[in-house]
Design a protein around this ligand. Structure first.
Ligand code: BES
Ligand code: ZN
Ligand code: ZN
Length: 482
């Protein structure tokens, strides 16, 4: 339920249109009369963010880009303007809206369309009143005008679909989406997009002795799941798969070290990493990306019920290492650690974990950056940074020196699941590294993974962070390997 995207090769005089200008001049295809044109030029010169012209049959939105030197900054500017225009566009009740660019950086029309679609999302399935229906008054078709081929349309459609899927998963509260329900949703996404999904249920997880996932699950009445998502095209560019691992804590109460005050706010979003991985697999499969990629999603809620794991417990993990529990609220790394060791069976080229892992990362970067760290070759970090800049899901790299590893030493076991208060995001990453037999990049999205209020088109609660970043990363990766 979102606008459809297609391309058009001509703008008719009655067509409502968004016109993106790279300079203070109107293109010939924008069919305005003389007074409208004069008015538009005057307003553009006055540096308005946008100019709206209401003609009898149509509405024309004119946007002058401010920054033409860095294409990716222009794109972000346009996504934001799209968000700013979303209500005005809705109010017009248009059935279709054309979007075209003139002398603006390549990709401008797509960026505006992307921002607009992401801004039209709403999570309203539990609203029984009319208000929800009003929000659906967006144009049902966006027509991209210019040099836009089917591949670009397909990419944009798929990517925005994937973000919607990811957002729906995050926004669903735990009483409607426990771990087994998350597995069902992932299965559905797999069926729609064409990637394979295998679900390991509790018996199998026990047989494999995934001690980390089982420990976190002990306080819950719902069983854990371990989801394996796989997209393997006929001729992948990579001999060894890229393994993506997403934290699937469907709700984080903190466990016995229960979260106090408002720290439990929006902890249904503690599976945003899992939602991102699902979205990325969706994009890879739907666009038939020539890359072999595996997604691993360990999932459970973290609660203080029943026989909940406790501070002081010593847990034997899937890889046989013993972990001393310093805090039951550091549960994400416990379930990710098992998934990271499990990834070895695929002899991955690289493992990328994505998780709402530490308040520390959120305190450091706010919601502006994904904290990136790990021991993988710098070329992967560079590619991530480049991808992040393009979609404005930007990564900022943290140091990963071995000295940080000393903070999580244990006196009585191999390792502790928490360090001190210092460098919390990094010690969490270092903890994960202990379980990685292959190169690892870890992305901590505790900041941008869930939002208290809209950050433009990154809508509040579950913005779907990481889907666009990792999808573009994989796309660039396949282009680079070829
Ligand atoms: N899910 C939280 C991290 C989090 C915090 C995500 C805020 C989003 C917003 C994680 O499981 C957690 O509780 N981490 C603890 C670790 C600590 C006990 C070492 C934290 O960061 O406080
Ligand atoms: Zn926690
Ligand atoms: Zn958590």
């Amino acid at each position: 339920m979102k606008p459809e995207i297609s391309s058009i090769s001509q703008i008719s005089p009655a067509q409502s249109v968004v016109c993106i200008l790279g300079k203070e001049e109107l293109p010939g295809w924008l069919k305005l009369n003389k007074t409208e044109t004069e008015y538009a030029i005057k307003q553009i010169k006055a540096k308005e963010e946008y100019v709206i012209i209401n003609s009898y049959f149509k509405v024309t939105y004119i946007i002058r880009t401010k920054n033409n030197s860095d294409y990716y900054k222009t794109w972000e500017e346009l996504r934001k303007t799209a968000f700013n225009l979303r209500k005005l566009i809705r109010a017009e009740n248009l059935s279709e809206l054309a979007i075209g660019a003139y002398e603006a950086p390549e990709g401008s029309a797509e960026a505006f369309a992307e921002g607009l679609i992401l801004s039209f999302y709403s999570f309203d399935k539990y609203k029984t009143k009319k208000e929800a229906a009003d929000k659906k008054n967006y144009p049902s078709r966006l027509l991209l005008y210019g040099d836009i081929d089917d591949l670009k349309i397909r990419w944009l459609t798929t990517l925005t679909d994937a973000v919607y899927i990811s957002r729906d998963l995050i926004n669903e509260p735990v009483n409607h989406l426990n771990a087994p329900a998350l597995a069902d949703e992932i299965k559905k996404a797999g069926e729609t997009a064409g990637f394979r999904v295998d679900i390991m249920t509790k018996g199998k997880i026990e047989a494999l002795k995934m001690g980390g996932l089982l420990a976190v699950n002990k306080g819950s009445v719902d069983p854990p799941v371990f989801c394996i998502l796989e997209w393997k095209p006929e001729k992948p560019v990579n001999a060894n798969p890229v393994v993506l691992i997403g934290k699937g804590i469907v709700y984080d109460t903190g466990g016995l070290n229960i979260k106090t005050g408002d720290y439990m706010d929006n902890m249904k979003a503690d599976m945003a990493g899992a939602a991102a991985v699902t979205g990325v697999l969706f994009t890879a499969a739907k666009t038939n990306m020539p890359v072999h990629v595996i997604g691993l999603v360990p999932a459970t809620d973290n609660r203080p019920g029943g026989n909940a794991y406790t501070q002081g417990d010593i847990i034997t993990m899937f890889n046989k290492m013993n972990v001393e529990i310093g805090n039951t609220d550091a549960e994400g790394r416990m379930i990710l650690a098992d998934a990271i060791s499990y990834a070895s069976k695929y002899t991955p080229e690289i493992i990328i974990s994505i998780a709402t892992l530490t308040g520390s990362a959120a305190m450091t970067f706010g919601f502006q950056a994904l904290a990136a760290m790990g021991n993988a070759d710098e070329k992967y970090f560079r590619l991530l940074k480049e991808s992040g800049d393009e979609v404005y899901e930007r990564t900022a790299q943290l140091p990963f020196w071995e000295e940080y590893g000393e903070l999580i030493k244990s006196d009585i076991a191999d390792i502790r699941n928490v360090g001190g208060r210092e460098a919390g995001a990094i010690t969490a990453g270092k903890f994960l590294e202990n379980f990685a037999e292959y190169p690892l990049i870890h992305l901590d999205i505790a900041g941008p993974g869930s939002l208290k209020k809209d950050d433009y088109y990154r809508l509040k609660d579950g913005p779907g962070t990481g889907v666009r970043l990792l999808s573009v990363f994989l796309k660039k990766y396949t282009e680079g390997v070829k």
